[in-house]
Design a protein around this ligand. Structure first.
Ligand SMILES: [Zn+2]
Length: 294
């Protein structure tokens, strides 16, 4: 991975040095893991149990696409056993940190399970990094993550292995539950806010109708809005999905003058009611089902 020290980063370091005399909540603790992604944090917590803490660098409600690390984040990351990030096309800002241990979570996903964005013209980085919306991919990476964690903290290797086994069984159960609930809706279309749930849609054989913002933060043009309206009409869609981490402006323009519902889908969670992966995915399942009814 590129480890360029940018001017911006040097400035951050200077700033950090100036404030580092302040109390640091992480300073007292050894052997914790850190990640850039709340669902990965949820998974890591399932593996560590009470053995260690797991922190997510990005606060709830903030998108990984638009996050910028703060000076205080540097020490959190430096003191961690390792930082699990997602991929070079999602959290590339990781390259601003020097001399830290990192694990690219996407590389732990078996190649056969990786998907590519269907619309290469709109999303230039073509590997889809949002693999965590597929419970079976999460199940597939649990033993791999547990092995990495055991190498970094061998004293807890046994605990990690036992917990990982329990976690994979729970993820399999969750997949069964979602599969059963969505079985009657196979082939139905879902219009996303940004392409965050393509793994989920593929897993449960739902059709991806498109995204309001294929590149998060880049608002659709009037032409895009007109095309999305045609899609909604042609597919008879009853809902579009907002995401708690991204502003809804373009969604409001899209639904203006129509009867279409705006529902919520949450790729990250970490807020009350969506603190663990199972609650988060059940929340998403509930809202996707709601989008199919009048
Ligand atoms: Zn995303």
């Amino acid at each position: 991975m590129k480890r360029a020290v940018t001017k911006h980063f040097i400035l951050l370091l200077m700033l950090f040095t100036a404030i580092s005399c302040g109390k640091n909540e992480f300073a007292q603790e050894d052997n914790y893991f850190i990640t850039t992604n709340e669902p990965i944090a949820m998974l890591l917590r399932g593996i560590t149990g009470d053995a260690n803490s797991v922190y997510c660098l990005i606060p709830p409600g903030v998108s990984q696409h638009t996050f910028t690390p703060k000076p205080a984040d540097i020490s959190k990351v430096e003191k961690a056993l390792t930082l699990f990030y997602i991929s070079d096309n999602l959290d590339a800002w990781i390259s601003n940190f020097e001399n830290i241990r990192t694990i690219c979570s996407l590389k732990e996903v078996p190649n056969s399970l990786i998907h590519y964005f269907p619309d290469k013209a709109k999303v230039p980085a073509n590997i889809d990094p949002h693999f965590w919306t597929d419970p079976l991919i999460m199940k597939a990476i649990v033993p791999r993550l547990a092995t990495i964690m055991a190498e970094l903290n061998p004293m807890k290797a046994k605990t990690y292995k036992t917990n990982a086994k329990k976690l994979t069984a729970k993820l399999e159960k969750l997949d069964n539950e979602i599969h059963k609930a969505l079985e009657p809706y196979k082939g139905k279309s879902v219009l996303l806010f940004h392409p965050s749930f393509l793994y989920f849609l593929k897993r449960y054989e739902l059709n991806y109708a498109g995204a309001v913002e294929p590149a998060p933060g880049k608002q659709p043009t009037l032409q895009d809005i007109a095309a999305l309206k045609r899609t909604i009409h042609n597919l008879g869609l009853k809902a579009v999905y907002a995401e708690p981490q991204l502003p809804e402006r373009s969604l409001n323009i899209l639904v203006h003058g129509t009867r279409i519902k705006i529902l919520k889908i949450d790729p990250l969670g970490g807020v009350p009611g969506r603190k663990n992966y199972f609650d988060l995915m059940r929340f998403n399942l509930k809202n996707i089902l709601k989008g199919f009814s009048d």
